[in-house]
Design a protein around this ligand. Structure first.
Ligand code: AMZ
Length: 350
């Protein structure tokens, strides 16, 4: 039985090892919900970090990973895990990006990207987009699913209506296969365009666009068992997702959206291992996509934020009500929830 967390923050190297260096708390024992929920926690926090969600709120909020953030000016003790030592000294906000997937002008979600497993959520995507903006979204993610499958855009009217009506930046992926198409979208007000299929089939086009439009070109890497899938995820290549990420290291792209097809639309939790590998493959910021089913899943991403995971795309969980957008933004965004004051000799009680 590992030592119970006492009234002081204690570095526990053994715990750090088993959690891959993730500095959040781990629930031990039964992981039930409500009154039966176990609250025994194993501390993997060290001095120099503070909790994102106060421990006293964990039970009420039904969370098991409060998350952590580094306290500016305090040096953590020696860190055995690789990769995190160079993290910035400020808390790293994570952007929550709601997704609207468009199919025949409607707002839908697919299960694992399968066009045969469609759930329709709204026939008014513009109203949905305005609602996400009202709830505090700082960016909106649009996917033209028809475009991704056929290469021919059929949702332009609604894409343009959303882009014109919203004050926040909007990004679009799906079916952007040429320089002219990408530039047409950028010219009509989209903040960023996402290139998936083209990243494998015409990598030079990605480089050319990134050079012409700095900060506005994103590479979408969608992976099945670590291999890149294209054309609406109907085709799978033999290229490793991490290898493709590495190949754009110096291309000047704004970000990589890393989608795990097996978890997309399933609410089963993000593939942290795959995301970690993508974040480590290059210095390009990574936006996680696929599998988010709860606030807890979003908090778990904070463990890899220092590796360059700067945002997360959330789809089905928002439509199902499993994640509340405003709460998620409060939990991991710039004004995140945290213990009010942790003195250097900080003490917490479980
Ligand atoms: O769900 C799907 N089947 C799907 C999907 N969501 N297929 C492609 N896409 C998205 C990718 C990326 O944002 O995640 O479309 C974009 C890539 O499109 P393209 O046409 O550049 O490969």
């Amino acid at each position: 039985m590992p030592p119970r967390l006492g009234n002081a923050w204690t570095a526990q190297p053994a715990a750090l090892e088993t959690t891959g260096g993730y500095r959040h708390f781990q629930l031990l024992g039964q992981r039930g919900r409500g009154p039966t929920r176990a609250v025994e926690l194993e501390a993997v926090l060290e001095r120099g970090f503070r909790l994102l969600v106060p421990l006293v709120q964990l039970r009420d909020r039904q969370l098991w990973q409060p998350g952590w953030q580094r306290i500016a000016g305090l040096e953590p003790a020696d860190m055995p895990a690789a990769g995190l030592q160079d993290g910035p000294s400020q808390a790293i906000p994570m952007q929550i990006i709601p997704a609207i997937d468009l199919l025949g002008g409607q707002c839908v979600r697919l299960h694992q990207g399968d066009y045969g497993q469609v759930t329709r959520f709204s026939d008014d995507p513009l109203a949905q987009a305005l609602d996400w903006q009202r709830q505090g979204a700082q960016r909106l993610h649009l996917v033209d699913l028809d475009g991704a499958k056929t290469g021919q855009p059929v949702n332009d009217a609604v894409v343009k209506a959303i882009t014109a009506a919203l004050g926040i930046p909007v990004q679009l992926g799906g079916g952007v296969r040429s320089l002219a198409r990408a530039e047409e979208l950028l010219a009509c007000g989209l903040n960023r365009v996402i290139l998936g299929t083209v990243a494998i089939e015409q990598p030079e086009l990605v480089r050319q666009l990134a050079a012409r439009h700095p900060g506005r070109i994103v590479v979408g890497i969608d992976a099945k068992d670590g291999l890149v899938a294209t054309r609406g995820w109907i085709e799978t290549s033999t290229v490793q997702a991490t290898e493709l990420a590495r190949s754009f290291e110096d291309a000047g792209v704004a970000a990589i959206i890393s989608t795990d097809i097996a978890t997309d639309g399933t609410l089963a939790g993000p593939n942290l291992g795959a995301l970690r590998a993508m974040a480590e493959a290059s210095t390009i910021p990574v936006i996680a996509s696929g599998g988010i089913g709860s606030l807890e899943d979003i908090l778990s991403l904070l463990s890899i934020a220092p590796l360059g995971v700067e945002g997360v795309i959330v789809g089905r969980a928002l439509y199902d009500g499993a994640v509340d957008l405003a709460e998620a933004i409060a939990a991991v965004g710039p004004g995140r929830l945290q213990d009010a004051v942790i003195p250097p000799s900080g003490s917490i009680t479980v």
